[in-house]
Ligand binder design. Structure first.
Ligand SMILES: *Cc1c(COP(=O)(O)O)cnc(C)c1O
Length: 407
């Protein structure tokens, strides 16, 4: 058996990642050893404030004790069993998830991309069997700058050349419009339009917020034209933006919502699509499935994550600490900082063209902040929502130091 011993030379293990792994990531030059709450430690014992937060997957904090306890006790009972049988854990999870998300039914999956794929399948089937769109002609409207995952279908409707290059041919049936532009969505509508699929805030796209009123306007437009509204809340959901779901900032309740990341409580992949009864109801036995989706271990993890988010009041916490972080970074008034934007604890800091991004990323590491550039010269500040108030101020202090060396 291959052992991972503390004394295994860390440098050796890092080398193995590049020797035996594929080159689809370019990790920061540190080796993380362990993590707790909003901090991670490298193999040399240095600690960092985790402002990447695994893209919202660790919203409940690293190794949240309640989530860890839930998974621990479930491991004495039942872990993985397919959907060929019923497991009580799944029933309890689905009921809680539907109530939490204010939806009627949910389809459990594992990764975010699978949740998006599931929503696409349901939207198309709804278009053909309910709306009456001619077969093979359904269209889904998506936004420029989107990020919905990495499957071939999903990268096929990305507007980022580097996500698509050399991976075609792609699935058809998608139309790109500028993000936040209601008139462009309306102009793209036709009798074949099945759905609009968008993120309420484009997180990977550079923490881009749509103009106020866009979400509610899109909701009205979709209802008028019998088009499904699908919000991808995989990153913005579960309190990240200071409220359970970002669509709740406006009157913009979707027909389906894609969920993932934080639903896994920071320990295990759990995703789902939740939606209206008559939309989700189009799926019939055999239409869709997943070997691991909705397994009992995932179900108890998802349940514990939602319970913890409520118990710790993470929505309110994200709103309060998010504005402190936002204001703290904005008030630095550094000439290299072009913009600070976001909602709740999803904050982007955009630097101007004079900054060498490689050296700034290293400067952040030197001061003990884990952050990475999204698109558009924007650094992500999205720590676990359990972060302490003192640590929010510490992020601002350390960021100021790092930015000072970069200018
Ligand atoms: C991360 C992300 C996904 C993809 O989730 P995976 O679990 O990586 O497949 C989809 N949509 C959004 C908005 C995301 O942030």
């Amino acid at each position: 058996m291959t052992e991972i011993r503390a004394e295994t030379a860390e440098a050796q293990a890092i080398e193995w990642i590049s020797r035996y792994g594929t080159y689809n990531y370019q990790p920061l030059p540190i080796a993380v050893h362990h993590a707790r709450e909003s901090r991670v430690w490298d193999t040399e014992g240095r600690d960092y404030l985790d402002c990447i937060g695994c893209y919202s997957a660790v919203s409940c904090g690293h190794l949240n004790p309640a989530v860890v306890a839930a998974i621990g006790s479930q491991l004495h009972k039942l872990a993985i069993v397919g959907r060929a049988v019923n497991a009580t854990e799944l029933g309890v999870f689905l009921k809680r998830l539907c109530e939490y998300a204010q939806m009627d039914r949910a389809c459990p999956m594992n990764s975010g991309a699978e949740a998006v794929e599931t929503a696409i399948k349901i939207a198309r089937k709804w278009a053909y069997t309910v709306k009456g769109v001619p077969r093979e002609q359904a269209e889904i409207i998506v936004a420029e700058g989107n990020f919905h995952g990495r499957t071939t279908t999903i990268v096929g409707f990305s507007s980022e050349a580097r996500h698509r290059a050399d991976f075609g041919p792609f699935a058809s049936g998608f139309r790109l419009v500028p993000f936040g532009d209601l008139a462009a969505v309306e102009a793209a509508f036709s009798d074949q339009t099945a759905a609009v699929l968008m993120e309420p805030i484009q997180a990977e796209g550079g923490i881009i917020l749509p103009p106020p009123g866009f979400m509610a306007g899109l909701r009205r437009l979709c209802a008028e034209r019998n088009v499904l509204l699908i919000w991808d809340e995989i990153q913005t959901g579960f309190c990240r933006t200071g409220i359970r779901f970002a669509w709740q900032h406006e009157d913009a309740r979707p027909d389906m919502v894609c969920l993932g990341k934080a639903l896994g409580g920071g320990v295990y992949p759990v995703s789902a699509v939740a939606g209206r009864d008559d939309v989700m109801g189009v799926l019939r036995p055999g239409d869709h499935g997943s070997t691991f989706g909705g397994n009992p271990l995932a179900a108890v993890v998802g349940l514990a994550a939602m319970d913890e988010m409520d118990r710790m009041g993470l929505a309110e916490r994200s709103r309060r600490l998010g504005s402190q972080l936002h204001e703290g970074l904005a008030e630095l008034r550094l000439p290299v900082v072009k913009d600070v934007r976001g909602r709740g604890l999803l904050v982007g800091l955009e630097v101007d063209e004079s900054v060498c991004r490689k050296s700034l990323t290293r400067a952040f590491l030197r001061v003990g902040i884990l952050t990475q550039e999204t698109r558009a010269r924007t650094y992500r500040f999205a720590p676990p929502l359990t972060i302490e108030e003192d640590d929010v101020f510490e992020i601002v202090r350390r960021a100021a130091q790092a930015l000072a060396t970069a200018s």
